[in-house]
Write a protein of this length. Structure first.
Length: 468
C-alpha cells in the first residue's frame, strides 16, 4: 500500500515542530526546499498498489535516504543508523517530528532500488542537473572514461576452482547425496601448495596443485550429474554446471574470461597505471560541462570497448538528461580517430593547423587544457561518492551506482554555494592584503611573508572556480 508524502509542511499543534528547532539556513534544509519531491511521488506511484499489503514507506523518505547515502559515502546499514541520530537527515527526508527509531531496515533500500530500477535513478540524476538551471546547458562538455571496480576478490584460477568445489559439496549436502569423497582435506593441503606461486622454486608445485584442483572439480561435477534426481536437475542447475565447466577449461590467454562466479559480467581492464596494472569491473564514461563542472552524463558500458566507440551512447545520454544536445565534446587522445558523432564536434589535443590564426590556436589550447578539469572530478567521485568500489549486484547495479555518484556530485555542487560567501570574504581579504611578491601590509608597514602571497591568492582563486 502506498503512503503518499505531504505536499506542504504543516506545523505541529501539540508537539514541538522539528523544523522550528533546526537552523533554517543549513544547506540540507535549503536543498530539501528546492527538490521537487512531488515529481518522485508521481513517477514512482505506479510501482505500488493501494490498499494491498502492509503500508509502504513514504517515497520521499526512501529517495532521501538514497541521496544521503551517496552524499555522505555511507553503506545501507550506516545511513539508516545515521538517519536515526541526525535531526537534519530526518528533516531532509520530510519528517515533522524527531524520530527515535530507525526509518526502515537496511534491506528496504535494496528492494526500493530494484523497484524503481535504472529509470527511477535516472530521474534522480536528471533532477540533480535541473537544480543548476542554465549552468548545465553549456554547448561544450568534457568527456573521459574510467574504471568502476566491482567488489570481488582478485581473481585467480585456483580461487575459482576452490569456490566451485565448495559449491558442489554444498549442493550435494542440500540434496542428501552420499558422496564417495568430498576432497575437503586434500583441498586444504592444495591451498597451502598454491602459496608463493610466483617464486621460481615453488612454481612447479603450484601448477600441479592447480591441475589437481581442476581434476577434483570435474570429478564432483560428473558425480552430481549421475546422482542428482531428475526433478533436481533444473535448468538453473544445468546452467551452473555449464558455467563451472567453462571456468575450469579457460586458459590465461583466452578472451571473454569469467573472473567471478557471482558477477559474470565483470571484465579485465588495463588502463596503463603504474600502481594498478589490471582492474576488474566495468568501464564508465563521465561527461561534465566545460566551465561549471556539472556532470551531465554518466554511462556504464557492458563491454570493454574503445573509448571512441563510447561517444554515441554518452552524447545521447547527455541530450536525454538535460534536454539539449552537445555542440562540442573535448576528449583526450584516447579517443583518436573520431572527429564527429551525430552532429557533435569532437575536439582532441593535436598540433595547430597552419591555416589557424593566433586566436584559433589559443582557443583550442585553452579548450584542451580545460579538459583536464574532469580528472579531479573522477577522483572525487571515487573517493567521496562511492565510485571507487561498486557493491551493487549485476549490470543494473553498475548503472545505478555511477548515476547515484554523479547525482551526489551535482547535489554537493549545489550545496557548496552556501559556503561560497565565506570563501569569497577570505578571497577578497587576501587579495587586498598580500602582494604578488610575498609581502603583506600591516600597521602601515610592508613586511615579508614566508609564504608567497601570490600562491595563496591563486589557491583561493581555484577554490572559488570549483565552487561556482
Amino acid at each position: 500500500m502506498l503512503t503518499e508524502s505531504p505536499e506542504y509542511h504543516q506545523t505541529n499543534l501539540f508537539g514541538s515542530d522539528l523544523l522550528l528547532q533546526l537552523d533554517p539556513k543549513d544547506p540540507l534544509i535549503q536543498l530539501a526546499a528546492v527538490i521537487p519531491w512531488y515529481e518522485f511521488d508521481e513517477a514512482f506511484a505506479k510501482y505500488y498498489t493501494k490498499n494491498i499489503g502492509a503500508p509502504s514507506k513514504p517515497i520521499r523518505l526512501m529517495v532521501g535516504l538514497l541521496m544521503l547515502k551517496s552524499l555522505e559515502n555511507l553503506s545501507d546499514e550506516s545511513i539508516v543508523i545515521q538517519w536515526k541520530r541526525n535531526a537534519y537527515y530526518q528533516a531532509f527526508c520530510g519528517m515533522t517530528e524527531f524520530q527515535k527509531a530507525v526509518p526502515c531496515h537496511a534491506t528496504e533500500l535494496v528492494h526500493f532500488r530494484k523497484r524503481i530500477g535504472k529509470e527511477g535513478i535516472e530521474k534522480i540524476f536528471q533532477m540533480s542537473i535541473a537544480l543548476h538551471g542554465k549552468a548545465a546547458l553549456e554547448n561544450a562538455v568534457n568527456i573521459d572514461t574510467t574504471v568502476q571496480e566491482k567488489n570481488i576478490t582478485y581473481p585467480t584460477d585456483a580461487k575459482l576452482a576452490i569456490k566451485i568445489i565448495n559449491r558442489l559439496n554444498k549442493l550435494a549436502k542440500s540434496e542428501g547425496i552420499q558422496q564417495r569423497r568430498t576432497f575437503v582435506k586434500e583441498v586444504k593441503n592444495l591451498r597451502l601448495d598454491l602459496r608463493h606461486f610466483r617464486h621460481v622454486k615453488k612454481r612447479r608445485k603450484a601448477k600441479r596443485a592447480l591441475k589437481r584442483l581442476r581434476t577434483i572439480a570435474n570429478v564432483l561435477i560428473r558425480e552430481l550429474r549421475r546422482e542428482l534426481p531428475v526433478e533436481a536437475m533444473t535448468e538453473d542447475c544445468e546452467k551452473d554446471f555449464g558455467l563451472y565447466e567453462r571456468v575450469l577449461a579457460q586458459q590465461p590467454k583466452d578472451k571473454n574470461k569469467i573472473y567471478s562466479l557471482h558477477e559474470q559480467q565483470v571484465y579485465c581492464i588495463a588502463k596503463g597505471k603504474d600502481h594498478v596494472q589490471y582492474e576488474y569491473g566495468n568501464k564508465i564514461s563521465i561527461a561534465s560541462t566545460a566551465k561549471s563542472n556539472i556532470i551531465v552524463g554518466a554511462v556504464s558500458h557492458a563491454k570493454n570497448i574503445f573509448d571512441g566507440h563510447t561517444l554515441p551512447e554518452v552524447l545521447e545520454h547527455i541530450e536525454v538528461s538535460r534536454g539539449k544536445a552537445v555542440l562540442q565534446a573535448v576528449c583526450d587522445r584516447g579517443y583518436r580517430g573520431v572527429r564527429e558523432v551525430n552532429g557533435t564536434e569532437i575536439i582532441l589535443p593535436k598540433k595547430a593547423l597552419k591555416r589557424d590564426n593566433r586566436y584559433q590556436r589559443d582557443k583550442k589550447r585553452k579548450q584542451c587544457r580545460r579538459r583536464a578539469a574532469i580528472e579531479p572530478i573522477i577522483g572525487h567521485l571515487k573517493s567521496d561518492f562511492r565510485l571507487s568500489r561498486n557493491f551493487l549486484k549485476g549490470e543494473v547495479g553498475d548503472e545505478i551506482n555511477v548515476l547515484m555518484a554523479a547525482a551526489a556530485w551535482n547535489l554537493k555542487k549545489w550545496l557548496n554555494h552556501f559556503f561560497a560567501p565565506v570563501f569569497y570574504w577570505i578571497f577578497t581579504q587576501f587579495r587586498d592584503v598580500f602582494t604578488p611578491s610575498g609581502r603583506y601590509v600591516t600597521g602601515g608597514r610592508t613586511q615579508t611573508c614566508g609564504i608567497s602571497g601570490l600562491g595563496i591568492y591563486k589557491t583561493l582563486q581555484c577554490w572559488m572556480l570549483n565552487l561556482f
